[in-house]
Design a protein around this ligand. Structure first.
Ligand SMILES: NC(=O)c1ccc(NCc2ccccc2)nc1
Length: 253
C-alpha cells in the first residue's frame, strides 16, 4: 500500500510512523510511506517554492513547477514499485468534505494496488494551473483553515490505514467505529464500576450479549438523532432500529 506525501515538512509525518496503530501497521509492512519535498525539485539557488500572488493580496502562493516535478517523481516511484496507477489527492478547504464512505473507497483502491499521492499545500495555496494539471481529487477534512495540508493528509492516511486488513486487532472494532454504519458511536465504559459516584449502565454488567447489542444500537441511534440528525436523514432504519429510536425518543420526551 503505497502512500506518498508531497510536503515541505516531511518530518511531521513521523507522527504516523512512530506511534500507535499506524506505526504497528507500518512496521508490519502493511503500508509504506514516501515523503517527497518539492524543495528538492527547485531549479534556483534559493530553492524557491513560493511567490507573491498575481493580482496582489496577502501571503504567498506555491509555485507549480516544483510541485509538478515532485508529483511526477512520486508517481514514477509508485509505478516502479508496482502500483497500478496513482491518485493525486490535494488536501484543501475547497475540497469535497471527507466521509467514512470515501475513506473506505480509498482504502479499497489502495488494497487493489493503486497508489495515493497526498499533496500538502502551504501558504495561501497552490497555483491553480498545477491543480488543473495534476490533481485528481480535492478533499477537505472540515470547514476550517490550517497552516498546511499535512495534518489533513495525516488524518486521511490514518483513517485509510485503520481500514486495511490486519491493522486493527479485531476487524470488528473498525466496524464498530462511529460512522461505519452511518451512526455515531455508543457510550463506552470501563473500570471502576463506580467512578465519582457514577455507576455503569446495568445492562453492560448483565452479561446478556443480545441486550447489550440492543442497548448499544439504541444509544447510537439516540445520539445520532440528538447530535447529528442530518446523518439519520440519509440512512434507512431497519424495523428494529426504528423501534429502538422511537423508544429512545419517547424516553426523552
Ligand atoms: N480543511 C482542510 O482539509 C484543510 C486543508 C488544508 C489547509 N491548509 C493548507 C491550505 C490552505 C489554503 C489552501 C490550500 C491548502 N487547511 C485546511
Amino acid at each position: 500500500m503505497l502512500l506518498d506525501a508531497v510536503t515541505l515538512f516531511p518530518e511531521m509525518f513521523a507522527a504516523l510512523t512512530q506511534s500507535g496503530v499506524s506505526r504497528r501497521a507500518y512496521e508490519n509492512g502493511v503500508w509504506q510511506l514516501g515523503l517527497i519535498n518539492p524543495r528538492d525539485f527547485t531549479a534556483d539557488e534559493r530553492r524557491t517554492v513560493d511567490e507573491r500572488p498575481y493580482g496582489g493580496g496577502p501571503g504567498m502562493v506555491m509555485l507549480a513547477a516544483p510541485l509538478e516535478a515532485a508529483i511526477t517523481a512520486a508517481r514514477e516511484r509508485q509505478r516502479q514499485a508496482g502500483a497500478r496507477g496513482s491518485r493525486v489527492i490535494y488536501l484543501s478547504p475547497q475540497g469535497e468534505p471527507l466521509t467514512h464512505r470515501r475513506v473506505c473507497e480509498l482504502a479499497d483502491e489502495v488494497q487493489q494496488g493503486s497508489g495515493l499521492v497526498m499533496l500538502c499545500g502551504r501558504y495561501e495555496g497552490i497555483d491553480e494551473r498545477l491543480i488543473e494539471r495534476c490533481v485528481d481529487e480535492e478533499i477537505s477534512i472540515g470547514d476550517f483553515v490550517l497552516s498546511g495540508g499535512e495534518i489533513p493528509a495525516m488524518a486521511l492516511i490514518d483513517a485509510i490505514v485503520r481500514q486495511l486488513p490486519g491493522v486493527l486487532h479485531d476487524a470488528e472494532s473498525a466496524q464498530q467505529d462511529s460512522f461505519c454504519d452511518g451512526l455515531l458511536d455508543c457510550p463506552h465504559y470501563t473500570r471502576p464500576e463506580t467512578y465519582a459516584g457514577q455507576s455503569v449502565p446495568e445492562v453492560l454488567l448483565s452479561g446478556h450479549h443480545e441486550d447489550i447489542r440492543r442497548w448499544r444500537l439504541q444509544q447510537a441511534l439516540g445520539r445520532t438523532w440528538q447530535r447529528r440528525p442530518e446523518l439519520l436523514a440519509g440512512r434507512v432504519l431497519s424495523k428494529e432500529e426504528a423501534r429502538l429510536l422511537a423508544q429512545f425518543q419517547a424516553q426523552q420526551a
